[in-house]
Write a protein that binds this ligand. Structure first.
Ligand code: C5P
Length: 236
């Protein structure tokens, strides 16, 4: 497979065309950003760790019946994925209250959310990813009603699979963000699943093992990602 021109350059990943129109190469960079790109740093090894982490999780999700764009790892920090028509929507599920939920609603941190909360956000940095609901999505034709139902169904199914996977490794899946796209008339999970896009706490100490370490300047960011990978049995 030949790597072609760059199609998109995001805050932490770049996507390249290939000689196969339905396949893309996703490059996980060391760039780490927070606060809609206001804070950016290069973290050694992060691209490599996230590439392997994402591959492992996408494979577990496929085995659990979630259709994803993931095809295969082709280098330390690159994977081949299907070329999706991405929806401009972020799907967030929360098992414990923290982050923007607490700021927005003034609720206490660390509450168990049973049943888990589901929220949609519009993917738009300039507008700081505002929260939206099903009606915005339909009115502005960002997705169809069927796609809305599918996003909710798949995002909750991901929660069932990953909550257990992480808990078996002594880690609480606090919350996470997923993005979906269209491919041959079907909705597939796209983007990535790594500690950059979820919150992971040690089950005993509640130590943060995710990108909040970067957001809050706690240090040891990639070391925490590697510790999670090791506990999951991912070869880094
Ligand atoms: O900031 P907030 O509390 O809404 O984030 C909820 C979850 O979604 C967190 O795990 C965060 O890492 C993830 N997220 C993300 N990308 C965004 C917004 C949130 O990965 N643009």
């Amino acid at each position: 497979m030949q790597k072609g021109e760059m199609l998109a350059n995001g805050k932490a990943k770049s996507v390249y065309k290939t000689d196969e129109p339905k396949k893309l190469i996703m490059h996980f960079r060391n760039d780490t950003s927070a606060f809609d790109g206001e804070k950016i740093e290069q973290l050694d090894r992060k691209g490599m760790v996230n590439n392997k982490f994402n591959a492992f999780i996408m494979q577990r999700l496929e085995e659990g019946g979630i259709p994803t764009h993931f095809e295969k790892v082709i280098s330390e920090d690159e994977s081949v994925v299907k070329n999706l028509d991405m929806l401009p929507i972020e799907c967030v599920v929360r098992n414990i209250s923290t982050g923007s939920l607490c700021k927005r609603l003034g609720v206490a941190e660390g509450l168990d959310l049973e049943p888990p909360l589901f929220e949609f956000f519009l993917k738009n940095d300039e507008l700081h990813d505002p929260m939206i609901n099903d009606f915005h999505i339909i009115s502005f034709k960002w997705a169809t009603q069927d796609e809305i139902e599918k996003m909710k169904e798949l995002t909750f199914k991901v929660n069932d699979i990953l909550k257990k996977l992480f808990l078996d490794a002594g880690i609480i899946l606090v919350d996470y963000k997923l993005e979906f796209g269209r491919y041959d008339g079907k909705l597939l999970l796209g983007d990535e699943f790594s500690p950059d896009g979820c919150r992971l706490w040690d089950v005993n100490t509640r130590e943060k093992l995710d990108k909040d370490r970067f957001r809050q300047g706690l240090g040891g960011v990639v070391e925490a990602y590697e510790a999670v990978a090791e506990r999951l049995g991912i070869a880094i």
